[in-house]
Design a protein around this ligand. Structure first.
Ligand code: S3P
Length: 442
């Protein structure tokens, strides 16, 4: 999983995008569906699972720790879990590839089991900070030996029984929250995460769905107190994974900025902790219509109709950042085509994603002729007013799927093609991205 062939690709000015697509399953929900199914007693069934490299890394790791995980020919996944407390000692290192979510959540699971696991990953993942999970998991009793700077490769020696913890999140991170809650699953007593800024709540929803005792109280200041009662018994579930709003985002913006476009994206997850981009794009004048709002597997879902629109620049409320944290790279592309200035702030977390997304987006956008100013915690973008960008440059993707897809979309509205040095990382979250794009260009 860490070795991939380097694949450069050119993206050129596009005909109007037309038609109907269904995007793959939600990455965050897919990871959690595999992990919790692997800890339930009995057989769970998961359909709509994202079969991207990140999620497959989680599947391989759960197999290495004893779960029986198989994909049927019809695409449904069947998982026989080992029970909470039942994870087995993995025989080799767990290769997390590019996946921060797999790494941080699995570190949480290992932390309260009597096993030792080594985590390795690609160059991008090996540069990302793990101190944010090492701190709370060490307080719960895990013994963690990391590479300098709290990075991969690292080894987690779990403690069972672990020590319950009450932990206030120092940054808005669903991965840190989830790592602690998952460690709390096999810890006697109550483990609590205090979350001053709400982040995606898929872990809380799904833990409850599997029968864990999880309560969420919001105090008068809006801070969430999430408590899990440990030594839980999880009951197997049938899960339908909704489409990933973070993947839909690339096609939403593509349709808004490619003149003449009119597309429908079906089955898009619209959990309020994930839907910030749609709110921002609508405020910019984007024509996005929701239809057939419904519930899929405990998550709100709708079909989206998106038409080309004259966008205008705005100041993005930093309070929205956690609900669109993965969507800023593609929002910057939308802003580069808008009329006027877009200002984003409060985005320090973007510097520690699969790449430093502020620096990498600023460099790439400048290279293709957009007017950008990089600040410590955000970008300021002067839009083209709908005119195509000059393009005609090669952009470095830095092993970051969302950077690659953002510049692919930029290529669709550029005078000269935009070349991405390596699009292989797209397969971590959106293996059929290019196929769906080609289908809308017929
Ligand atoms: C994720 C949480 C977010 C997000 C990532 C997926 C998750 O990371 O960026 O793509 O599934 O919990 P942080 O917790 O670092 O914000």
């Amino acid at each position: 999983m860490t070795d991939q062939t380097i694949t450069p690709r050119r993206f050129s000015a596009s005909v109007p995008l037309k038609g109907r697509i269904t995007i793959p399953g939600d990455k965050s929900i897919s990871h959690r569906a595999l992990m919790l199914s692997a800890l339930a007693v009995g057989e769970s069934r998961v359909s709509g699972l994202l079969e991207g490299h990140d999620v497959l890394a989680t599947a391989a790791a759960m197999r290495a720790m004893g779960a029986d995980i198989a994909r049927r020919d019809d695409g449904e996944w069947r998982i026989h879990g080992v029970g909470v407390g039942g994870l087995l000692q993995p025989q080799g290192a767990l290769d997390m590839g590019n996946s921060g979510t797999s790494t941080r959540l699995l570190m949480g699971l290992v932390a309260s089991h009597p096993i030792t696991a080594t985590f390795i990953g690609d160059a991008s993942l090996s540069g990302r900070p793990m101190g944010r999970v090492i701190d709370p998991l060490s307080q719960m009793g895990a013994d963690i030996g990391a590479s300098p700077g709290g990075r991969l490769p690292l080894m987690v020696r779990g403690l069972a029984p672990a020590i319950p913890l009450s932990y206030r999140l120092p940054m808005a991170s669903a991965q840190v929250k989830s790592a602690i809650l998952l460690a709390g699953l096999n810890t006697p007593g109550i483990t609590e995460v205090i979350e001053p800024v709400p982040t995606r709540d898929h872990s809380e929803r799904m833990l409850r769905g599997f029968g864990a005792d999880v309560t969420v109280d919001t105090d008068s200041s809006g801070t969430r107190h999430i408590r899990i009662v440990g030594e839980a018994e999880l009951k197997p579930q049938t899960i339908v994974v909704p489409g990933d709003p973070s993947s839909a985002a690339f096609f939403i913006v593509a349709a808004l900025i490619v003149p003449g476009s009119d597309i429908t994206i079906t089955n898009v997850g619209l959990n309020p902790t994930r839907a910030g981009l749609i709110e921002v794009l609508k405020a910019m004048g984007g024509d996005i219509e929701l239809a057939d709002a419904r519930d899929v597997g405990g998550e709100p879902v709708a079909d989206l109709r998106v038409r080309h629109s004259a966008l205008k620049g705005i100041e993005v409320d930093p309070a929205l950042a956690p609900s669109m944290i993965d969507e800023f790279p593609i929002l910057f592309i939308a802003a580069a085509l808008a009329q006027g200035r877009t200002v984003t702030t409060g985005l320090d977390e973007l510097r520690v994603k699969e790449s430093d997304r502020l620096a990498v987006m600023a460099t790439g956008l400048k290279a293709i002729g957009a007017r950008i100013e990089e600040k410590d915690d955000g970008l300021v973008i002067e839009g083209s007013g709908g005119d195509p960008l000059p393009g005609g440059a090669t952009v470095a993707g830095h092993l970051d799927h969302r950077i690659c897809m953002s510049f692919a979309v930029a290529g669709l509205v550029s005078e000269a093609p935009v070349t991405i040095d390596d699009i292989a990382p797209i397969a971590t979250s959106f293996p059929n991205f290019e196929t769906l794009l080609a289908g809308l260009q017929q």
